[in-house]
Design a protein around this ligand. Structure first.
Ligand SMILES: Nc1ncnc2c1ncn2[C@@H]1O[C@H](COP(=O)(O)OP(=O)(O)OP(=O)(O)O)[C@@H](O)[C@H]1O
Ligand SMILES: [Mg+2]
Length: 463
């Protein structure tokens, strides 16, 4: 039930409004003076305030000010017997929702009250949704204690306040989109749209009509004007995902947007100014694409103002336990399973040994699956997929140095050897004989390699 304050120094009007509004199902409190109204506003949470502008020597604008101050979502409707345009304009400028001249018809006041309350409800829902969203992307809700991630959090906090263009790089599943949203929702643009587009998901002409919109008649099927995403994101942030996949012709147009802060609808002749914070992400190596001439160098420099590189999960394994806990809680809640309390140390070891080619997204999927499958209180090895248990074929082993132009061959081979040995040991439950057999090595050769890679404190003999 909506709660309404009626402030008027004229008793007959106060009573009339109270009776009329109560009949409509509202709860009404009345005040006979500006002072009494302000006192009530400071004490109670009204959904709507109806106030006279002139009450004796006092001014109803003071009631408006008090309401704006303590009840910012509450609409205030001004009533005036002296239809002075000037005071009405002052009131509107100060944030009154509407005003109505006395004498008024019952229907008029009923309609104004209903509209004002609807608007308040919308504003509240909106505020609620926005807070929920920006809370989700608070930096404190992004997991990671490792050095590189902490540095990224610091950077995100700093750049969020600016309009500088950000280029986020990192392998698939490292959290690029999450960071892009954190930048948006922790900055001054958070109440404006965050719009994203995947540059690789659409063919060129569709991508451009989505981005820039088109004028009526721009092409045969353009039978009406269509606003582009960039135009509708005005004042917010625009996220270009997989920017490396943007076709060259689209790249030219994007460069123009970045340089001039304006767009042109397809088939249009007029530039339209846009105010956008641009964030781009890619899991390919843009400077290599520039060398291969499939990415424009000028656009690359325009985008790369603030680079943020998200390291792969295998390079920040100290984040794994926190991520595991975070996702256990998340999926416990989602699947209404509150019985999973944590993870078995044995199972956690598998997490720490694994190379996570799909990064955090893969870890999240593994946990979701385990939460669903696990019947005990803790996630055990038996609820993990084979890859994690070490049943990994050698061709699946990650060679991180490939794809970079300079590699240290000895070191790389050494790392690969270490992974294969560790893997074989895990599969044989630490039994060296068995592990050696699986790799077609002699026992001595196996023991030598284990020592070389410090894979065990002290290799036990054979069984
Ligand atoms: N540090 C983190 N803390 C909590 N959740 C994370 C973290 N990093 C990634 N995630 C989660 O992992 C999933 C993948 O992240 P995201 O979609 O941002 O990755 P991406 O780098 O954009 O991947 P792709 O290149 O495949 O698009 C998301 O569900 C995201 O919420
Ligand atoms: Mg992504």
């Amino acid at each position: 039930m909506s709660f309404i304050l009626v402030a008027d120094d004229e008793k007959s009007l106060r009573d009339f409004l109270a009776i009329m509004l109560e009949e409509e199902g509202y709860q009404v409190v009345t005040a006979s003076s500006v002072e009494k109204a302000i006192k009530l506003i400071n004490e109670k949470n009204f959904d709507l305030v109806l106030t006279d502008i002139r009450m004796g020597r006092s001014n109803g604008i003071d009631v408006l000010d008090a309401a704006r101050n303590s009840l910012p979502d509450t609409p205030v409707v001004m009533m005036t017997a002296y239809a002075s345009a000037e005071t009405a304009v002052t009131a509107m400028k100060k944030g009154a929702y509407d005003y109505i001249s006395k004498p008024f018809k019952i229907e008029d006041i009923q309609l104004i009250v209903k509209n004002a309350l609807d608007k308040r409800k919308l504003a509240q829902e909106n505020r609620f949704l926005k807070t929920a969203l920006s809370e989700r992307f608070q930096i404190s809700n992004i997991i990671g204690k490792s050095g590189p991630i902490q540095k990224i959090f610091d950077l995100v906090e700093k750049v969020a306040q600016s309009k500088a263009t950000v280029l986020i790089t990192g392998e698939s599943g490292t959290g690029k989109e999450l960071i892009a949203k954190a930048i948006h929702f922790n900055g001054s643009r958070k109440n404006y749209p965050f719009v994203s587009i995947n540059c690789g998901a659409l063919p060129e002409n569709l991508l451009e009509s989505e981005l820039f919109g088109y004028e009526k008649g721009a092409f045969t099927s353009a039978d009406s004007l269509k606003l582009g995403l960039m135009e509708s994101a005005n004042k917010g942030s625009f996220f270009f995902d997989e920017i490396g996949d943007a076709p060259l012709s689209t790249q030219v147009k994007l460069l123009r947007v970045l340089q001039e802060n304006e767009i042109m609808r397809l088939g249009g002749t007029q530039s339209i100014p846009v105010d956008l914070r641009i964030i781009a992400a890619t899991n390919s190596n843009l400077s290599e694409l520039v060398e291969k001439k499939s990415f424009r160098e000028d656009l690359y420099y325009r985008l790369n103002v603030i680079p943020i590189h998200l390291p792969p999960l295998r390079e920040r394994k100290e984040d794994i336990p926190d991520l595991v806990e975070f996702f256990i809680n998340k999926y416990n809640a989602r699947h209404n399973k509150t019985h999973i309390k944590g993870i078995d140390p044995e199972a956690l070891k598998c997490f720490e040994r694994y190379a996570w080619p799909g990064n955090v997204r893969e870890l999240e999927n593994v946990i979701e699956r385990a939460v669903v499958l696990e019947t005990e209180k803790r996630i055990r090895k038996t609820s993990l997929p084979d890859e994690l248990l070490g049943q990994l074929s050698p061709d699946k082993i990650q060679v991180p140095a490939l794809g970079q132009s300079d590699i240290d061959l000895e070191k790389t081979l050494d790392q690969i050897e270490k992974k294969i040995i560790a893997n074989a040991l895990m599969r044989s439950n630490g039994i060296i004989n068995k592990a050696a057999e699986a790799l077609n090595l002699s026992f001595r050769s196996m023991r030598y390699r284990i020592e070389k890679h410090k894979l065990k404190d002290k290799p036990k003999d054979g069984n």
